[in-house]
Design a protein around this ligand. Structure first.
Ligand code: NCD
Length: 307
C-alpha cells in the first residue's frame, strides 16, 4: 500500500506516468466513469479548503465512487480531543482511501503510520502540498507540452507557501529548470529549500524583490497569496499582503507565451483585469486539479481501466 505525503514519494517516471494518465482522463473523461464503482474516499479536512477538498470529491464521483468526510476540525471529534492516529484507524474501517489536510506539519505522515488505507497529504501546515504540485505539473505539461528547460518565477509568500515548497521539490528533478524567486526578504524561501533542495541539486536560481525587473525572462509565473493564517503578527501580514499585484502593465513586460499560474484562492495579488489575458491559466489549472486527482486515486487504489 502506498501513500502520497511528499511529491518525492513518486519517482519522475511514476510522476510522468500519472500525468499521462491524467491527460488521457482530461481528453476522455467518460471512459473512466466506472473505474472506482463501490470505492469510498474520505476527506479529512482540519483546515479550510474549497478547491482541494471539492476537487478530490469531484474526482472520486467522476470515477463512479462515493465520498464521505468532514470539512473542519470543529465538526469532527478533533474538537473533543481525538488524536489524528485514532481518527485514521477508525476511518480505515469506513473508506478505501483518504485525503487529509491539517494545520500541523507532519500530521498526514503520522496518520499514514496507523492507517490501513492510502493517505494523501492534501496540505500540512506550511510544509508540503503534493497534489497541488501534481496539478501544477499537469497544467504546465498540457499547456507547454513538456516540463523541461524553463525559467519559472515563483512570486509572493515563498516562506509559508507550501505549494511553492512542493513545486520546487518536484521540478528540480527535470532538466534545464531555472528559478527566479520573487519575494520580499521577510517572505523568502526557507533555508531547507534553498540549501537542501536548490543548492544540493545545483539548480540555477536568483532571488529578487521586484517582479517588473524579471517579467521578461519568465516562461511560467507562479503567483501566491500571502499566507495570512501562518503569520504570528497581524501588522506584519497587513504590511506584506499587497506587496505584489500583477496587473496589465506588468503583463505587458512578459513573453507572449508565458503562462500565469496560481494555486488559488487569490486575494489581491492578481488584478481581475488579468483574468481575460490568454496567458492567465489559473482557472484552467483548477480544472486540471480534478483530472490529476482522478489519476492519483486510480494509481493509489491500483485500479486500471480493464478491471
Ligand atoms: C493552497 C493551499 O491550501 O496551500 N490552496 C490550494 O490548495 N489550492 C494555496 C493557498 O491557500 O494560498
Amino acid at each position: 500500500m502506498r501513500h502520497l505525503l511528499s511529491p518525492l514519494d513518486f519517482s519522475v517516471e511514476e510522476t510522468n506516468r500519472l500525468l499521462i494518465l491524467a491527460k488521457d482522463i482530461s481528453e476522455n473523461p467518460k471512459k473512466y466513469s466506472k473505474c472506482c464503482l463501490g470505492k469510498k474516499l474520505a476527506t479529512l479536512f482540519y483546515e479550510p479548503s474549497t478547491r482541494t477538498r471539492l476537487s478530490f470529491e469531484a474526482a472520486m464521483l467522476n470515477l463512479g465512487g462515493s465520498v464521505l468526510g468532514f470539512s473542519s476540525a470543529d465538526s469532527s471529534s478533533a474538537a473533543k480531543g481525538e488524536s489524528v492516529s485514532d481518527t485514521i484507524r477508525v476511518i480505515s474501517c469506513y473508506a478505501d482511501i483518504c485525503a487529509m489536510r491539517h494545520p500541523k506539519e507532519g500530521a498526514p505522515l503520522v496518520a499514514s503510520t496507523k492507517s490501513s488505507i492510502p493517505v494523501i497529504n492534501a496540505g500540512d501546515g506550511g510544509h508540503q502540498h503534493p497534489t497541488q504540485t501534481l496539478t501544477d505539473l499537469l497544467t504546465i505539461y498540457c499547456l507547454k507540452g513538456h516540463l523541461e528547460n524553463m525559467t519559472i518565477g515563483l512570486c509572493g509568500d515563498l516562506k509559508f507557501g507550501r505549494t511553492v515548497h512542493s513545486l520546487i521539490n518536484s521540478l528540480v528533478r527535470y532538466a534545464g529548470i531555472k528559478f527566479v524567486l520573487i519575494s520580499p526578504k521577510e517572505l523568502c524561501v526557507p533555508d531547507y529549500i534553498r540549501e537542501d533542495v536548490l543548492d544540493k541539486n545545483n539548480i540555477p536560481y536568483k532571488e529578487v524583490e521586484k517582479l517588473e525587473d524579471v517579467m521578461g525572462e519568465l516562461d511560467i509565473l507562479y503567483m501566491t497569496r500571502v499566507q495570512k493564517e501562518r503569520f504570528f503578527n497581524e501588522d506584519d501580514y497587513l504590511r506584506m499582503k499587497d506587496f505584489y499585484i500583477l496587473d496589465k502593465n506588468k503583463m505587458s513586460l512578459a513573453k507572449d507565451d508565458m503562462i500565469v499560474l496560481h494555486p488559488l484562492p487569490r486575494v489581491n495579488e492578481i488584478s481581475v483585469e488579468v483574468d481575460d489575458d490568454p496567458r492567465a491559466a489559473y482557472f484552467k489549472q483548477a480544472q486540471y486539479g480534478v483530472y490529476v486527482r482522478m489519476a492519483l486515486i486510480m494509481t493509489l487504489l491500483e485500479v486500471t481501466l480493464d478491471e
